[in-house]
Design a binder for this molecule. Sequence first.
Ligand SMILES: [Fe+2]
Ligand SMILES: [Fe+2]
Length: 356
Amino acid sequence: MYGNDFPAPDDASGGGLLGEVEAAEAALREAAARARRFGAPTPDADLDAYFADVIEADQKIEPRDWMPEAYRRTLIRQIAQHAHSEIIGMQPEGNWISRAPSLKRKAILLAKVQDEAGHGLYLYAAAETLGISRDELVDLLLSGRQKYSSIFNYPTLTWADVGVIGWLVDGAAIVNQVPLCRCSYGPYARAMIRVCKEESFHQRQGYEILHVLAHGTAEQKAMAQDAVDRWWYPSLAMFGPPDGDSTHSAQSMAWKIKRFSNDELRQRFVDMCVQQAEVLGLTLPDEDLRWNDERGAYDYTQPDYDELMQVIKGNGPCNRQRMEHRRRAHTDGAWVREAAAAYAAKREQQKEKVAA
Ligand SMILES: [Fe+2]
Ligand SMILES: [Fe+2]
């Protein structure tokens, strides 16, 4: 079953997320048209005031614009962390490409993992517009000075994990990233629009894998349930520490990099997943999960934030393995980088010769 003859996750959640991406894209175009028609606010002596005006007017900050150093640093950290997550995130699923249960599943998974590499590339390119080089960014990851999402330090034990990663991990990523389509930094916002559209496909493919398993044999259904049980809380932890402990949030909200708090996004994700789990016929592993009429949202058990901090510090089940693999891949790829640089230099020389 590969058609859309099952309720797609974004339909189950009211079709909202992709609609929001489209609206953000329209807003982005409108802001660009406004800047063309009326001109962007003009920088004068007071650069801080100029920057505040651009943010206030919901215009985008572009690489050529002046920006406060702290804004630049925050964006570099966030975009780099995001790029690293896409690249490291290829490992847990890449692990299953050779063991996918059919040729069709293999082709779909291969395309999905390649998309993640593409996301990494858009994001590294967006970070580079802030004045940091790709080499520096890679070095920050390999030396452990910059982090990647904690979720990718958990192992993928069965084929059902590939389904759950698509449904829950890509699903949580979309909930996190849809508001970033309205981020005040132009290159990041534009990259996020494309990324979110692709993430929506990722979520669907995972959901469909689970739907098939959950409606298969008793063993298949049990395998799907076991995967949901293991990934639910780490997925909730993807939204970061609770608002009270989140160090960068308030400033990022004021700069319109972030639009919602960690807890708001986590709640949105829980509310979305409850309905989707019902359609799948799988149970979310939380006995205290129930609708709260007063809040108009589900009450739920928080993930273990001590575990999250431990995984971030490098003590998760697969941190070492992930970093070792990335370092090895980087070393093994040295000849490709050298060959590409030599080829580029040769082309440059030829161009100069023709020009002379
Ligand atoms: Fe991605
Ligand atoms: Fe994805």
